[in-house]
Design a binder for this molecule. Structure first.
Ligand SMILES: Nc1nc2c(c(=O)[nH]1)N[C@H]1C(S)=C(S)[C@@H](COP(=O)(O)O)O[C@H]1N2
Ligand SMILES: [Mo]
Length: 225
């Protein structure tokens, strides 16, 4: 090795050592989570972080059997339909990681939902030109409802979810199937979904008709209607 190439060899060596150092530091920064301090900036205004979803609903957990469970789509659509559990599970599935913000103040970050996008359901149903919203109706007493504009429901991260963090959704969290609408307070994320009805005007859901915001955006602290 002559003097020049040795010098070049040494400076390459130093450069790669520096790059490896930077790589190591950024890997450390990335892997260091979860940590309260670094997660604080990820919480919407007025929210605090919880490690597990709380269990919150207005009445008892409905006792649902997959043998008799059905999922119905109707209203302002050209192709109303009804699926049983096996048919529903054959739709193209997807995974989406998102935060979950209850209007009472708690937020769980990084929920890994698996299910069927609302968009897949709309594709099968063919909404009419009049359709602008959908009302989600649930199993249970009272039959909980919520409604959202189709432009929100068509987002890629809006799912009818049956798995959470790799496990079948527990009945108290809406199993077998719940809606998940990231970026809206969780009263929009209806548990025990039974029916999707497309509508031309927006209906008021259970909490929305009791004073909670119909737009429900956690990032603007949009809690009350
Ligand atoms: N069917 C139904 N869905 C519901 C509710 C409810 O009372 N009934 N409560 C909503 C509210 S206010 C919240 S915060 C979340 C709570 O979901 P979790 O119990 O899985 O945490 O469910 C939402 N979906
Ligand atoms: Mo909530």
């Amino acid at each position: 090795m002559n003097a020049i190439s040795r010098r070049r060899f040494i400076s390459y060596g130093i450069a790669s050592a520096i790059l490896a150092g930077i790589g190591g530091v950024s890997a450390y920064l990335l892997l260091r989570r979860p940590e309260q301090a670094s997660d604080a900036g990820r919480l919407p205004p007025g929210q605090y972080q919880v490690q597990d979803l709380e269990v919150l609903h207005v009445d008892g957990v409905p006792n649902l059997s997959l043998d008799t469970w059905t999922f119905e789509v109707n209203g302002e659509v050209e192709n109303p339909f009804k699926l049983d559990w096996n048919q529903f599970k054959q739709l193209p599935k997807t995974v989406s990681v998102s935060e979950f913000d209850c209007v009472t103040g708690w937020t769980r970050l990084d929920n890994r939902w698996e299910g069927i996008r609302f968009g897949e359901i709309a594709k099968l149903a063919h909404p009419t030109v009049k359709a602008k919203y959908a009302t989600i109706e649930c199993y249970g007493t009272p039959a909980y409802t919520t409604s959202l504009p189709l432009d929100v429901l068509m987002r890629d991260d809006v799912l009818f979810a049956y798995n959470l963090d790799g496990k079948p959704l527990e009945p108290e969290h809406g199993g077998p199937l719940r809606l998940v609408v990231p970026g809206k307070y969780a009263y929009k994320s209806a548990k025990w979904v039974r029916q999707v009805r497309f509508t031309g005007t927006q209906e008021l859901g259970f909490w929305e008709s009791r004073g909670y915001s119909n737009t429900a955006d956690p990032w603007t602290n949009d809690r009350y209607g």
